[in-house]
Ligand binder design. Structure first.
Ligand SMILES: Cc1cc2nc3c(=O)[nH]c(=O)nc-3n(C[C@H](O)[C@H](O)[C@H](O)COP(=O)(O)OP(=O)(O)OC[C@H]3O[C@@H](n4cnc5c(N)ncnc54)[C@H](O)[C@@H]3O)c2cc1C
Length: 479
């Protein structure tokens, strides 16, 4: 039978990344004073669906030609047509600019991050050069650059004109190490040209979830009688991914709001301290957990998920870099513990904020949620000692990061659920359920148990870890 014959799987349609998102519209409704960004997000989403998504088949890996036929060093970087068009789109859209133009005051960061989130899934690796790195360089220059740098470079980093915009890069990581920069060999010298190309990307859990959701609407099982979207077990798997996405989005935007306040000089000391703790924790935790959800989304498409054309494989590969660059998850954990032990008052501020979030829950909702709220309060009480013990026990920092980040997700989900319930939002039931599941069925309790296990085992666990990895003793003695 020819491939054109027999059963043909219907393809799934592409959803608007903002209106179809299960979390962002409700979150923005709560955290913004009015619907200031809505028109722009709708327009941006339309461009993504109609102009950018169709470019995917034209995006190919870049190639670097280092030498010409005479053995001369040329270093030509060839990028694909699709990639160049997406790069142009990203610059035109001012991927990065809103955060620095600050037209929306303390909400400018939220605006930039929500746009970035919408674009990430369809923009392949472009966002790394246009957002991630340029943003850091713009920030560096804003904080420490000379007047000439601020005048000449920052406007080009933020330009929406592809003919004048600069892309930038960082070359800090050297062979001796990226985590440990104490043996860095490079000396900075003025250069005539700025680097113009990098190829990197972060993946997008949102995009994978969208694809899995759309596919469930067209794939029939059980003799072709039932669509996957109507199979409870399949939907339960997707609900797990959706819950993870929800937790990550709420905690990320919790920190983004603090960043926006900090940059506008309106953050309190307590908010600055919370931002300091959340930054490495969320970076590490989101990197770690997002790929888990993306893998689940891939399997939700069965064999099709494995096909390169769906884009999920690429998104997972790109997301993996987040676990490594700018601090591996372990390095983020060490930074978190360092920040927490250096500023115990900051941890106290966090605990007080958390107690306020719990206290803000309407009493009728408290009755409904008494069990997860008790669990949350008990976990919160253990937080300061989890940090102090992590400074002394080399095996605890990674668990402390998981624990703190998971706790923070729970608190931000609760903040949203309390608001949603209080204002009788149409989504209140799922908002409340998301908090309940995160605490009662998520990995907060599991991480607490693991911390307890490491605590009890003491240094004997380190010995056993080494034996598990390297075996015990000399091989010849076992023969
Ligand atoms: C795709 C990609 C793009 C990148 N782009 C850039 C870029 O544009 N600019 C740039 O400057 N760099 C870039 N990097 C480099 C990146 O930032 C580093 O790879 C990263 O910081 C890790 O450093 P390393 O490679 O030296 O690993 P190492 O520091 O050697 O880490 C190896 C392992 O040791 C662990 N480890 C390290 N220190 C400790 C410790 N004290 N305790 C316990 N465990 C520890 C780490 O967790 C890791 O598992 C990029 C990396 C990748 C993969």
């Amino acid at each position: 039978m020819r491939v054109e014959e027999g059963f043909q799987q219907a393809s799934y349609s592409t959803e608007h990344p903002y209106t179809a998102d299960p979390v962002l519209p409700g979150l923005l409704k709560r955290i913004l004073p009015e619907k200031v960004f809505e028109a722009d997000l709708l327009r941006l989403g339309d461009r993504l669906v109609n102009e950018i998504r169709p470019l995917a088949p034209l995006v190919h890996p870049a190639t670097l030609i280092q030498y010409d036929e005479f053995g001369r060093r040329v270093d030509h970087l060839h990028t694909s047509e699709g990639w160049r068009k997406i790069e142009e789109f990203a610059i035109q859209e001012g991927y990065n600019a809103p955060a620095y133009e600050r037209k929306h005051g303390e909400h400018s960061r939220t605006f930039q991050f929500v746009r970035t989130m919408l674009m990430t899934g369809d923009c392949h690796v472009v966002s790394i050069a246009t957002v991630h790195i340029m943003q850091e360089d713009a920030e560096l220059i804003e904080l420490y650059g000379t007047d000439a740098m601020k005048r000449e470079l920052v406007p080009r980093f933020l330009s929406r004109d592809p003919s004048t915009a600069y892309l930038s890069g960082q070359w800090m990581t050297e062979r001796p190490g990226g985590s440990d920069v104490s043996r860095t060999e490079t000396h900075a010298t003025p250069a005539e040209r700025l680097p113009t190309d990098l190829v990197h990307s972060a993946g997008s859990l949102a995009r994978c979830l969208t694809i899995a959701r759309a596919y469930a609407g067209v794939r029939a099982v059980e003799g072709g009688r039932t669509l996957l979207k109507d199979v409870p077990l399949h939907v339960a798997n997707l609900a797990g991914v959706a819950l993870l996405y929800r937790g990550l989005v709420h905690v990320v935007f919790g920190a983004v709001r603090l960043l926006g306040r900090s940059e506008c000089g309106v953050a309190s000391k307590a908010e600055e301290a919370r931002l300091r703790l959340l930054t490495p924790a969320i970076k590490g935790y989101a990197a770690l957990r997002a790929t888990e959800g993306m893998e689940e989304a891939m399997t939700a498409l069965g064999g099709l998920g494995y096909m390169e054309e769906t884009g999920i494989g690429r998104l997972i590969r790109d997301a993996m870099v987040e676990k490594i660059w700018e601090g591996t998850v372990t390095v983020c954990a060490l930074d978190l513990v360092r920040a927490a032990t250096k500023d115990p008052q900051g941890v106290q501020h966090y605990v007080e904020w958390a107690k306020c979030v719990i206290a803000s829950v309407p009493s009728s909702l408290k009755q409904q949620l008494w069990k997860p709220l008790d669990m949350l309060s008990a976990a919160l009480a253990k937080l300061p000692s989890a940090f102090t013990e992590s400074a002394a026990n080399p095996l605890l920092p990674r668990l402390a990061l998981d624990f703190f980040a998971s706790l923070s997700c729970a608190l931000y989900l609760l903040e949203h659920a309390a608001w949603s319930y209080g204002t009788a939002e149409p989504t209140q039931e799922e908002d409340v359920e998301a908090f309940r599941r995160w605490v009662s069925e998520g990995n907060l309790a599991k991480t607490e148990g693991e911390i307890e296990g490491v605590r009890r085992a003491g240094s004997w666990r380190e010995t056993l870890n080494s034996r598990l990895v390297y075996g015990s003793g000399d091989v010849s003695s076992k023969l």
